[in-house]
Design a binder for this molecule. Structure first.
Ligand code: NAD
Ligand code: TYD
Length: 340
């Protein structure tokens, strides 16, 4: 079995590659990644020595390049993680989100169609459903909840989802699609909430919380997301959408306080800053379809996962310190309008 994993130098894709190489010693994996600010090959150091793994630098939007790669490698399966993934960046500059997330998906679908692959799997997000009110804890996103994205990021992911579904219906491409809640874990780029809190708390710097900090996210440990994708690839039904989540909802403020407590840092580090425009209130995903039909369930709850994650950041300061430099610092200053 030969897999093309796109965006495999990013947070979840790199975890997925390591997970699959370890679990299936006879699978070959090609990682196609553009190495944007979010891509980091350091994360895949361990895989480099594996004869079943190969890295190729390239852009999923470049059809000639992607076609050439398919011709050479003759993939069986495509798993598309490649994306611009940060909501705040999509608010400042939506352009690249449309290109990578929508046009890139279209290129991959076109080429997958031409080469008759066995399965095309699209990695999507619960953010395509929009948000839920804070005072209705009984409501959850289901696979048939109407798409109602709020940010340029989630709109571009929703558009890509619709293309995937349309290609299945029109061209009969064997697709599956999964929509996961917020991931956290080691090797997470330190501009997303959890790694941002941990790295800034370790270095005793102010922790920016948008608005009143009461927005709720549903957190899943990254390894559980990877095991769900593995399960869908092997047992999922063609043309189906699967929600992935672990029913671990927390307000942002609760997450910040939990991390500060674990690191023994004062709550005076919390700095309430200007709210994100269009800030989604609550995400909460129902993944009972995946549980009932394919027998998948998460293994790690938030209490355990956040401890493992914090420990990793404490022990691997060189990984994130090398990222918190250059281009990222310029982004940070612009985003929060503070000097650090
Ligand atoms: P990430 O930003 O850490 O990684 C994205 C990777 O894609 C990077 O390595 C980047 O270099 C690569 N990339 C970007 N543009 C590319 C292009 N044009 N061609 C090739 N490679 C390109 O993102 P992540 O958090 O690992 O998310 C991966 C996927 O999972 C995304 O599709 C995202 O929408 C989805 N997702 C993420 C979460 C989450 O909480 N992080 C939750 C649900 C779904
Ligand atoms: P984020 O990690 O950007 O993920 P998403 O917006 O895709 O859910 O943000 C998670 C939550 O944390 C979201 O409600 C926005 C909030 N947030 C802050 O309060 N401060 C920050 O500095 C960041 C990056 C996010």
């Amino acid at each position: 079995m030969k897999l093309l994993v796109t965006g495999g130098a990013g947070f979840i894709g790199s975890y997925f590659i390591k997970y699959m190489l370890q679990k299936y010693s006879d699978y070959k994996i090609v990682n196609l990644d553009l190495l944007t600010y979010a891509g980091n090959l350091e994360t895949l150091k361990d895989a480099d020595t594996n004869v079943n793994y190969k890295f190729v630098k390239g852009n999923i939007v470049d059809k000639v390049f992607v076609e050439d790669l398919f011709e050479k490698e003759q993939f069986d399966v495509v798993v598309n993680f490649a994306a611009e993934s940060h909501v705040d960046r999509s608010v400042s500059d939506p352009n690249v989100f449309v290109k990578t997330n929508i046009m890139g998906t279209q290129v991959l679908l076109d080429v997958a169609r031409k080469y008759n692959i066995l399965r095309y799997h699209q990695i999507s997000t619960d953010e395509v459903y929009g948000d839920l009110p804070l005072d209705r804890p009984d409501l959850f996103f289901m696979e048939n909840t109407p798409l109602n994205p709020s940010s340029p990021y989630s709109a571009s992911k929703a558009a890509a989802d619709l293309l995937v579904i349309a290609y299945q219906r029109t061209y009969n491409i064997p697709v599956t699609l999964s929509r996961c809640s917020n991931n956290y874990g080691p090797y997470h780029f330190p501009e997303k909430l959890i790694p941002l809190i941990i790295t800034r708390a370790i270095t005793n710097q102010a922790i920016p919380v948008y608005g009143d900090g009461l927005n709720v996210r549903d957190w899943i440990y990254v390894e559980d997301h990877c095991s769900a994708i593995d399960c869908i690839l092997h047992n999922g039904k063609e043309g189906e959408i699967y929600n992935i989540g672990s029913h671990d909802e927390r307000s942002n403020l609760e997450v910040v306080k939990t991390i500060l407590k674990e690191l023994n840092k004062p709550e005076t580090l919390i700095a309430f800053v200007k709210n994100r425009p269009g800030h989604d209130l609550r995400y909460a995903i129902d993944s009972s379809k995946l549980h009932k039909e394919l027998g998948w369930g998460p293994k790690c709850n938030f209490e355990e996962g956040i401890k493992k994650t914090i420990k990793w950041y404490v022990e691997n300061e060189s990984w994130w310190q090398s990222i918190i430099s250059g281009e990222y610092m310029n982004y940070y200053k612009k985003q929060y309008q503070i000097n650090i």
